[in-house]
Design a protein around this ligand. Structure first.
Ligand code: NAD
Length: 369
């Protein structure tokens, strides 16, 4: 049987720096665990524009459709700010998401004990937090028609349309229920069924899918505004939250801040299962290309490393190895190793991006002892 395949698209700015640390870890799995991946690399974003005049070449798009998982670093930077909208670096990422039909966006909010004091909330509210927000990514108000700015009488009117089909709701609901079964078996679905018809349909479809296919999973419903409040009040009450594109955008950013630094947040975007049963998948840190620190060895690679841990779990069925990698990150943090974004404690000297990667590899080694 051939090895599982990964396409690495490191991108721009700190993308290649943080991805270099993931490559060390991929090599570690090959050398020390005999888990080998067929890794290929290509360009996305500004670097692809520099070479091909487009942020995502058709050949790269075709490769992304074939592999078991895509790992992306980050795209963008000031050099590309004045480009036409159609060739901006971010268009490369959007094309990947759209053409791979990655409808289910998983954003974990996990607070490592060693970093609990970095949150703006009290330690006991966030320490040990481990939740995932599943955001519908390819439909809803960001895509619905009609949209635009029109003129009515003597004033302008801005229009966006929230639109969800039953099947769009059903597939993201299934994705959340499947995820909950691998975790603590609880899903909370959030919408605004009190004021939006699309919210009423959302609640109906999620309930139907639950009754027919996932009655072993605990399901609750919450209005999204109340959900935002509960996320700040007592986030540990949740396991998996499933919600639409707009509410997911807002709630996952709020949840992200529960955990401290942007340099710590991974994500996965999943689509329909391929012929081999694995979902189409793209894994990437939540952060951008951080031009302010690019090329200085200051970037925290942990978000990218944890994105690879998600790939181990969701694309390669290697949940134990994903646990091993997450525990290695936890150990390094517990040992007080910090990149510059995680400073705050007295007397701590920051390590570089590459030193952080080396420490994680050392902790992986120690996990075998
Ligand atoms: P950003 O996430 O790049 O940076 C925001 C702040 O967080 C900066 O101060 C940065 O130094 C810091 N930061 C981010 N990641 C870090 C890490 N791993 N370690 C340490 N510090 C980190 O967001 P921005 O500044 O708004 O955007 C910069 C560029 O990135 C823009 O061109 C934007 O369009 C692009 N962007 C890309 C993505 C993506 O590729 N998915 C996401 C967001 C922004």
């Amino acid at each position: 049987m051939s090895n599982p395949s990964i396409l690495i698209l490191a991108g721009d700015g700190i993308g290649p720096e943080v991805m270099a640390e993931v490559k060390k870890i991929i090599n570690w799995y090959g050398d020390k665990r005999s888990i080998k991946f067929d890794v290929s690399e290509d360009l996305v974003g500004g670097c692809a524009y520099d070479k091909h005049g487009t942020p995502l070449h058709d050949d790269t798009m075709a490769k992304a459709q074939e592999v078991d998982a895509v790992l992306l670093g980050a795209v963008g930077g000031p050099k590309y700010d004045d480009l036409d909208f159609s060739v901006k670096p971010e268009r490369g990422l959007l094309r990947l998401r759209k053409e791979m039909d990655l409808y289910s966006n998983l954003r974990p909010a996990q607070c490592f004990d060693a970093l609990a004091d970095f949150s703006s909330l009290k330690r006991d509210v966030v320490a040990g937090l481990d939740i995932v927000i599943v955001r519908e990514l390819t439909s809803g108000i960001y895509f619905g028609e009609p949209r635009g700015i029109i003129t009515e009488g003597n004033e302008r009117v801005g229009i966006n349309t929230q639109r969800y089909t039953e099947s769009e709701i059903a597939r993201v609901a299934r994705s959340a229920f499947e995820l909950a079964r691998r975790r603590n078996n609880k899903v909370c679905s959030m919408e605004k069924a009190n004021v939006m018809e699309s919210g009423i349909l959302w609640r109906q479809v999620v309930t139907e899918i639950h009754q027919k296919e996932y009655s072993d999973v605990e399901l609750s419903h919450m209005y999204a505004d109340a959900g935002a409040m509960q996320l700040c009040r007592w986030p540990k009450q949740f396991d998996v939250i499933v919600t639409d594109n707009l509410f997911g955008d807002l709630l996952s950013d709020a949840a992200a801040m529960l955990t401290g630094s942007l340099g710590m947040l991974p994500s996965a975007s999943l689509g329909a299962p391929m012929a081999n049963g694995r979902p189409k998948a793209l894994y990437e840190p939540v952060h951008g290309s951080a031009p302010d620190i690019a090329g200085q060895g200051k970037a925290n690679p942990i978000a990218c490393v944890l994105s690879f841990a998600m790939a181990l779990r969701y694309s390669f069925d290697l949940g134990d190895e994903a646990d091993r990698l997450e525990k290695a990150v936890e150990k390094v943090l517990a040992d007080g190793v910090r990149t510059a974004d995680l400073l705050g404690e007295e007397g701590v000297t920051p390590v570089s991006t590459s030193e952080m990667g080396d420490k994680i590899v050392e902790a992986l080694d120690a996990s075998l002892a």
